[in-house]
Each structure stands twice: as structure tokens, then as C-alpha cells.
Design a protein. Structure first.
Length: 439
């Protein structure tokens, strides 16, 4: 009892400090790489938020499935024989063993390796060994013992899951951020597809650092990735990289940075057929913004991020735009698993898709040059945050603190200039705190 009270007191103290400091534009260092915060996030954030599961193109045929993690739970995402996509807890209802162990594949059913209970790919229990000999008549109703379904909804090919039956719909959860997601997800009539299965790796990094960075941190780019400017990989310079907008959806946590380069041609780095596709499906308000965007880097709260960037695989030559989508999954205190996809326009030529994937791999694949820059920094931040000398310190989030948002921007949300600001991050942290303060 005393340990429970002590933990509750520590949670109250930590959240009270976070509330006080965040109201002044500060974030306590102790929220990173913390066992107390990790446990609280699992209970109050990841059990309640809409979390990304899969891109529908990863399951093109009946029987296709992938294994994913949802708030620490192993789940099967599968397309059944009728073509419907569903999500189920990867647990046999008999004794709790995992019924599927392969990360992806095609199967009409899943058979538990312990006692042999067998489930169809739509979650129904269809096989119980010796059912007539070991159960009395009417005692075992297979219809009562199917795989546990998980609530799912989708937007533009992205499938999300939520463990909270009382959570709002995905549409309400996104809260208008769909306007900006369309830049990544609707480059033509048939949307996007995953070029290949996701890259996977683990890192000693607190997931929150990554989610914040991708909510529009253009401030780090001219420093952490300085060689990209000097060698001609980027379609911008360090002096113009701050140009553009930062947009967030209040109390939702979602944020995006829209970087611009003066004089850059509209939709630079896209082939003509992709530009034509965007002009067909996007609204005039969206086109008026997206035409001039060089870099679009955004986070769907809490831990799904996307980046579009023109990139020259040969320094100094015209670049090609690629899109990376990444999921920052916490797997322990100060540790996360990274899943990273390359999304390509479904209607684009194979030549462009291949070129975009090469650019993605060089820049932000598992061994990508910019990926290495970022994870080196993020891992060091995580390690330092655990030092007893640092726990009482705070980080400043003062950029744009007293500036007024734009009132004539054609898109939704709170919009600030320049692209380099911390307004998106303050909104992310405020949303994070709102989740953790709700018992």
C-alpha cells in the first residue's frame, strides 16, 4: 500500500511540475527516459489514442496479413477471404499463446501451436481438436471464442487501431489534419502504396524526441545535416531553410512544418503525371499551399510521422521527391522500435517509384545518412536525460511564444511563420499532458 501511495504521489508531483512549466514554455527534462512516465504513457496515452497499424497496400490480396504492435499488444492485421481488413489480438482464447508468429505472410487460418485451436483469417474459431470427445454437448460454442477484435478505422489508406471503446472517431481525432495529410496520401486518384515492407530497428531513444522532431523541427536541419546543404543534396540553403509555415491542430497534438524555398518551381521533384494527379484530386485551397512546399514534415499524435522532401541522390543534380512514413514505438524505458516505410504514388511510373525509393533509402532508410545524424543526437539526448544531474532541469520552448498566428491562411489549424518555431511542439506537449492527467 505504501509503495502504491508513494508512486501516486510521485506521479502527482511530476504532472504538477509539467503543468506549471509547460504553461511558461518549458518542458521538464525528467519526462524523458523515465520509468514512471513510460508506465503512465502506456496506461493513459497509448491505451486511449488512435495508433497507426498498417497501410492497406501492405495487404493487397485475401489472406495477406502483418503482425503489428498496438500499445504493447501483438495484433494480427489481416485481409479476409471477402476482402475486408480486420485486426485481432494475437492471442489464442484457450490458453493465451500467440497464434501467429511470422511478421507477415498469407494464410487462410491461424493455428495455435499449443493445443491446436484454429482461427479463420476473419477471427472466427473454426477448429477445436477432439471437440466432441472432450466437451459435453453444447458446452463449447465456437462462436463465443473467436479472436478478440480491435476497433479500427482508416483514412486514405492508413489503418489505425484504438483500444478505448469510448474514444471519438478517427475523423474527429484527426480534427482537420486530414487537409495536410492529403499532401502525403493523395498524390493521385489511387492514393499511395508502400513500396516495400517497413525497415525495422531498435534504438536507445525516447520516442517522444522523435515525434517532436517530425512535428516540424526545421531548426536542427542546417546544423545536424549541414553537409546536405554544402554538398547539394537539398533544394534549399541554410539561409532560406526557415521560410515557410508551422501548423498545428489545438489540443489534438498533430503538427506539420511546411518549408519553402524562394524561387523553387511548383511541386519541384515530382514527375508531370504525379503533378497532374494532385491537381485532379486536391482542393484549390490545398494546391495553393502545397505547390510552394519544399519540405513537409509532420506528426500525427502521438507517434506516426511523415516527411516529403526533394533529394538529389547525386549532389548538385535535380532532386526527386520521396515520402517516408515512420512509427516510433516505445518498447521500454528510453528505448523504441522504429518502423519506416517509403510511400509512393500508386499512379506513378515504376521509374519514378524506384527513384523515390533510392532517395528514401539513401537519406532515411535504416542506414540512411540523415537517419544516422538524427538517431545519434536523439540517443545522446535520451542518455543525458537519465542523469541525476539533469532531472531538475528544463528545456526552453520559447520560439513564437508571444507571436500571433496568421488569420488569412487557407488551411485549418493554428498557423505560424516562420517554419522554424516551437508552437507545434508546445501543442504536442500540452496534448501529451492532457492525456496523462486523465486517470
Amino acid at each position: 500500500m505504501s509503495s502504491t501511495l508513494s508512486q501516486a504521489t510521485e506521479i502527482d508531483r511530476l504532472l504538477g511540475r509539467a503543468r506549471s512549466e509547460m504553461s511558461e514554455g518549458r518542458v521538464p527534462v525528467e519526462i524523458f527516459n523515465s520509468d514512471v512516465v513510460f508506465a503512465l504513457e502506456q496506461e493513459r496515452l497509448f491505451q486511449r489514442a488512435w495508433l497507426f497499424l498498417a497501410h492497406e497496400s501492405e495487404l493487397p490480396d485475401p489472406g495477406d496479413y502483418v503482425l503489428r504492435s498496438l500499445a504493447g499488444n501483438s495484433v494480427i492485421v489481416s485481409r479476409d477471404e471477402s476482402g475486408r481488413i480486420g485486426c485481432f489480438l494475437n492471442m489464442c482464447r484457450h490458453r493465451g499463446n500467440q497464434v501467429c508468429k511470422a511478421s507477415e505472410g498469407n494464410a487462410s487460418h491461424f493455428r495455435c501451436s499449443y493445443h491446436g485451436w484454429t482461427y479463420a483469417n476473419d477471427g472466427r474459431l473454426i477448429g477445436v481438436p477432439h471437440i466432441r470427445r472432450v466437451y459435453d454437448p453444447g458446452q463449447m460454442q465456437r462462436s463465443d471464442w473467436g479472436l478478440v477484435p480491435v476497433r479500427t478505422e482508416s483514412y486514405a489508406g492508413l489503418l489505425f487501431g484504438c483500444l478505448d471503446p469510448g474514444a471519438p472517431s478517427l475523423e474527429e481525432y484527426l480534427g482537420g489534419f486530414q487537409f495536410y495529410l492529403d499532401l502525403y496520401l493523395r498524390p493521385g486518384p489511387n492514393g499511395t502504396e508502400a513500396y516495400a515492407p517497413p525497415d525495422r530497428w531498435e534504438a536507445g531513444t525516447d520516442w517522444k524526441i522523435c515525434a517532436e522532431n517530425f512535428a516540424g523541427d526545421g531548426y536542427h536541419t542546417p546544423v545536424a545535416h549541414q553537409f546536405g546543404f554544402e554538398l547539394g543534396y537539398y533544394a534549399s540553403s541554410a539561409t532560406t531553410h526557415a521560410d515557410g509555415y508551422a501548423v498545428h491542430i489545438p489540443h489534438k497534438g498533430h503538427g506539420i512544418g511546411l518549408g519553402q524555398t524562394p524561387g523553387m518551381s511548383p511541386f519541384f521533384g515530382y514527375p508531370p503525371e504525379v503533378v497532374a494527379g494532385m491537381e485532379d484530386v486536391l482542393s484549390e485551397a490545398q494546391l495553393s499551399i502545397f505547390r510552394e512546399v519544399r519540405t513537409a514534415v509532420g506528426t500525427v499524435f502521438p507517434n506516426l510521422s511523415l516527411l516529403i522532401q526533394p533529394f538529389s541522390t547525386v549532389p548538385g543534380e535535380p532532386g526527386v521527391r520521396f515520402c517516408t512514413m515512420r512509427l516510433w514505438q516505445p518498447v521500454g524505458v528510453g528505448r523504441m522500435q522504429m518502423l519506416s516505410w517509403c510511400l509512393v504514388p500508386a499512379d506513378a511510373s515504376k521509374e519514378y517509384k524506384d527513384a523515390a525509393y533510392r532517395a528514401y533509402t539513401l537519406a532515411f532508410g535504416q542506414a540512411g545518412m540523415f537517419e544516422q545524424d538524427d538517431f545519434d543526437n536523439w540517443s545522446r539526448v535520451t542518455r543525458m536525460a537519465s542523469s541525476p544531474l539533469c532531472r531538475d532541469l528544463s528545456f526552453p520552448y520559447f520560439m513564437g511564444l508571444t507571436r500571433a498566428p496568421l488569420d488569412d491562411f487557407p488551411g485549418p489549424g493554428v498557423v505560424m511563420q516562420p517554419y522554424m518555431t516551437e508552437t507545434n511542439f508546445r501543442n504536442l506537449w500540452q496534448t501529451w499532458l492532457e492525456y496523462l492527467e486523465r486517470p
